[in-house]
Design a protein around this ligand. Structure first.
Ligand code: CA
Length: 379
């Protein structure tokens, strides 16, 4: 079996109700770069790259595709190392690694389909057949109704079956953030897990002060309180707070996560399989984390391809630590408008009672509807 072709599909879909986080960028569209790799015996594997789609496509088209055509798709790690070593003088992190991630996921899909096995069987097997998921949402949409809309959205998630919700914070005032989170906590009650995500909006002292306030209303983790470059700052915030501090969605490769986990700068690291280097590299990051007593709970913000890849990664992730009733890693199930999550596969991945089944079909275990690709293709 040899790789015959590598093709990128850049897709974009408008969002009916644009939303923003603490960064203030207005999300008016959802975008993705899907990677389609075909073998000489007709097997097609799908991958996805996180981040600016056209940039991922440019890396793959100009730097990587020619490097892998003709190679055996089973040589996943050999190909990974080759591509990384080709690019590391220019792109040891960032979009070059997101591009490798999409290729790595597509190769796993191919090998699984060739063997008739789901991807999690290729990477060690399943510790669980389903995972708890949390709804990511509660962005800022109508700035005149930030509290009301957060409460309504959280209540809607709970009514759909979610037992865990992550909300955005970063309104520029400790009081405004606290009151909004408190309103959501009061609305969902004490039995729903609630996490907050600042998208690195705060300086260290503000993060610690707000964290102490939020601890009083039982928040499971404080995600990206401060800038990802400031590892010393993460050490300070993590030590100052009782609640878990999470981050790392903007981290790449085992080398990018090494100092974070070795210094226990975060309690939870959140590599994204579509960004940090694919399934191969996220497995290494998770092992590194486990060895240092840091939890690995992956970030996910993509299409059904990325969600499926994340589910296989989660299936093969041991509990940290194993226990009679362990605190198992959760799936980030982002819930903003996204046709690539909901419509790209004829059978979308769904949650029931706050849990998502690990796909069991060959490869990623999902079908791709090419009509949806054509509908949203960027010319
Ligand atoms: Ca986040």
């Amino acid at each position: 079996m040899r790789i015959k072709s590598v093709r990128c599909h850049v897709l974009s879909a408008p969002v009916e109700r644009p939303f923003t986080s603490s960064r203030g960028w207005l999300y008016k569209t959802r975008n993705t770069c899907l990677v389609e790799i075909e073998t000489d015996d007709g097997i097609v594997g799908w991958g996805e790259c996180y981040g600016p789609s056209a940039v991922a496509k440019a890396f793959i088209d100009t730097q990587f595709a020619a490097q892998i055509v003709g190679r055996d798709p089973c040589d996943i790690e050999v190909i990974w190392e080759h591509l990384y070593n080709r690019i590391k003088d220019y792109g040891p992190s960032g979009m070059a690694i997101a591009a490798i991630s999409g290729i790595d996921i597509a190769l796993h899909d191919i090998v699984g389909k060739a063997c008739g096995l789901p991807v999690h069987k290729l990477i060690g097997g399943a510790f669980r057949s389903d995972v708890e998921c949390y709804a990511t949402g509660l962005y800022f949409i109508d700035m005149d109704r930030v509290v009301e809309e957060a409460v309504e959205e959280a209540e809607e998630f709970v009514s759909q079956g979610f037992r865990a919700v992550k909300m955005k914070i970063g309104l520029g005032s400790l009081k405004a953030d606290f009151e909004r989170v408190k309103a959501v906590r009061d609305a969902v009650g004490p039995d729903v897990k609630l996490m907050v995500d600042a998208n690195h909006a705060f300086p260290v002292p503000i993060a610690i002060r707000l964290g102490r306030m939020l601890e009083s209303i039982d928040i499971d983790w404080f995600e990206e309180p401060i800038s990802p470059e400031d590892i010393d700052g993460y050490v300070e915030v993590s030590r100052a707070l009782d609640m878990a501090v999470a981050g790392g969605e903007n981290g790449f490769t085992r080398w990018g996560f090494r100092d974070i986990v070795a210094r226990k700068a975060m309690d939870i690291v959140q590599p994204d399989v579509c960004a940090a280097g694919g399934l191969s590299e996220c497995r290494k990051i998770a092992t590194l984390a486990i060895a240092h007593g840091v939890e690995c709970v992956p970030h996910a913000w993509g299409s059904v391809v990325g969600v499926a890849a994340t589910l296989h990664f989660l299936a093969a992730l041991p509990d940290q630590p194993p226990a009679f009733r362990p605190y198992s890693p959760m799936l980030e199930f982002e819930q903003c408008e996204n046709p690539f999550r909901d419509d790209l596969s004829p059978e979308p991945i769904v949650q029931k009672n706050g849990r998502v089944a690990i796909p069991t079909g060959p490869g990623l275990g999902i079908e791709i509807d090419r009509a949806v690709i054509e509908k949203y293709r960027v010319a």
